[in-house]
Design a protein around this ligand. Structure first.
Ligand code: CDP
Ligand code: CDP
Length: 194
């Protein structure tokens, strides 16, 4: 049975950084599931058709990390049929030996409810906005408003809303540097792996 690590949390909380580091440390596969929604939104046209026809070239687009692509992703991610169209891909990815790390919003709650380890990564709104603004060369105030709007939409939707799984371990990175956050995540996984 592959070892599955589920990482969820709000925008720019550090999920992806932690997920990549865990995958490298343990030799697991890594999927940033946000990219699936970003690529679906960026394809345009009917979002269900776009989701069903995603391929590697869609995920390699240069502009997927932009704030606009994030907003578009969050809008189409509220459509249950879009989410359903992306489930198989995520399940197949998670089934790879020796293990997989998936990060997103609903990995521990919906996609991989039986994951061996579930982390819910958070940080204060201000810190998340500052980090993402630095990354994109954007204005922190504008970024704060954007992230809060996206988090609200992601948390309030009916289909697979953003929320911690009951058995998720909370990891607040507000006052943690990247190496500290990664070390804490590795320690959580080692607790389970023994
Ligand atoms: O994947 P997610 O959107 O949750 O966040 P990320 O892309 O991993 O991290 C957002 C930004 O915050 C990146 O520029 C990271 O380098 C930075 N970061 C940080 O400064 N401190 C942390 N503990 C984690 C991430
Ligand atoms: O990196 P960041 O946290 O800013 O965003 P992302 O993980 O790339 O996700 C972009 C958007 O896709 C989110 O705001 C969600 O609306 C949606 N998403 C989702 O609904 N479910 C997932 N498992 C991953 C992303």
């Amino acid at each position: 049975m592959p070892f599955i690590i589920a990482i969820d949390g709000p925008a720019a909380s550090g999920k992806g950084t932690i997920a990549r580091a865990l995958a490298a440390h343990f030799g697991f596969h890594h999927l940033d599931t946000g990219l699936l929604y970003r690529a679906t939104g960026a394809k345009g046209g009917d979002p269900v058709t776009a989701a069903l026809s995603l391929d590697a070239s869609d995920l390699a687009r240069a502009d997927l990390r932009s704030a606009e692509a994030g907003q578009a992703a969050s809008r189409i991610a509220a459509i249950p049929e879009v989410r359903a169209a992306l489930v198989d891909f995520q399940h197949r990815f998670a089934a790879q030996e020796p293990g997989a790390v998936l990060d997103g919003r609903d990995i521990g709650t919906v996609i991989c409810p039986d994951a061996a380890v579930k982390l819910y990564v958070t940080a204060s709104d201000q810190v998340r906005a500052r980090r993402r603004a630095a990354e994109l060369g954007a204005d922190p105030e504008e970024m704060l408003a954007q992230l809060q709007e996206r988090d609200r939409r992601d948390s309030e939707r009916t289909a697979a809303p953003l929320k911690p799984a009951p058995d998720a371990v909370l990891l607040d990175t507000t006052h943690l540097g990247i190496p500290e956050a990664i070390a804490q995540a590795i320690a959580q996984v080692n607790k389970v792996r023994g």
